[in-house]
Design a protein. Structure first.
Length: 288
């Protein structure tokens, strides 16, 4: 397949690109600078893209995301929202105008589309939230779905916390009371899920690309510490997290989301790293 990838140099994209290339796919990276071999230029902020590069492609994957600030000020929220809508809309609109349309458009969404739900299991059919983070993901998914009007299969991956990168080596302590559920996926697993999604035509719309074994925050931090061979970091009280991070701390750290990959399991996907400790050890080995 010829596959266009936006966000190819990010933490997720830098794993997805070589994974797909190793399977024999022709991968073209979308870049903001002057393109080189195997690259095409785009500038979503200005609404510009090399439309010819999307002509006749089999699949487009959007993993692009701007770095999020630690606190969501009004200005930061506007910037985050503009970035998400611009990237999804530009790709969806350009794909819809191609003479030879792609077969599938896969977009990164996020677990924040769901509200904090305590111990309740969250599937792709669960109710959606109404706060800033949920509205961001809802509107981002709607922008991507515009491509479906021309018959393109659109998949929105509601990505949880991803194990990978420098953050793996940081000792962490319990957040809040530690009883909130933490949904997760390893970086290599996510690359495998994306590959599976490319070739599975029954996967349409929202998909939860998460391990089938979420854990509570206290167990997550204890497992990370054990794998690293270190003592857990200092526990962080909920009031202090709210003071330091404001709305972001509430939405991303203290919220409880016990997600289930129901669509993937129903489609026959077999997880490579379903257990947290094994997934962490694998990712650390890959980083070394």
């Amino acid at each position: 397949m010829k596959i266009i990838i936006a966000g190819a140099s990010g933490m997720i994209g830098s794993t997805v690109v070589p994974f797909l290339a190793s399977q024999g796919h022709d991968v073209v990276r979308l870049v903001r600078r002057e393109p080189g071999a195997g690259e095409a230029r785009w500038d979503p902020d200005a609404g510009n893209i090399d439309a010819a590069s999307l002509e006749g492609t089999d699949a487009v994957i959007n993993l692009a995301s701007m770095p999020w600030p630690m606190r969501w000020t009004s200005a930061a929220k506007q910037q985050i929202r503009a970035n998400r809508i611009a990237t999804n809309s530009l790709l969806a609109d350009t794909l819809a105008q191609c003479k030879q349309i792609a077969r599938v458009f896969i977009c990164a969404s996020g677990m924040g589309i769901y509200p904090s739900s305590g111990d309740q299991v969250i599937t792709e059919d669960s109710p959606l939230g109404s706060d800033f983070l949920a509205r961001l993901q809802i509107d981002g998914e709607a922008a991507a779905m515009k491509a479906s009007q021309t018959g393109i299969r659109v998949v929105n991956l509601r990505i949880p916390a991803v194990l990978g990168g420098d953050s793996l080596r940081r000792s962490v302590g319990r957040m809040g009371n530690g009883q909130q559920w933490s949904s997760w996926v390893s970086r290599d697993e996510l690359a495998s899920i994306i590959s599976f999604t490319l070739g599975t035509e029954t996967l349409v719309g929202p998909v939860n690309p998460v391990s089938p074994n979420p854990v509570r925050n206290a167990e997550f931090t204890a497992t990370v510490s054990r794998v690293l061979g270190r003592k857990p970091g200092l526990a962080m009280p909920a009031f202090l997290l709210r003071l330091m991070l404001g709305e972001m701390g509430e939405a991303l750290i203290l919220a409880s989301r016990r997600m289930e990959p129901r669509k993937l399991l129903d489609a026959g996907y077999s997880f490579r790293f379903p257990e947290l400790e094994a997934a962490l050890r694998h990712e650390l080995e890959m980083e070394s």
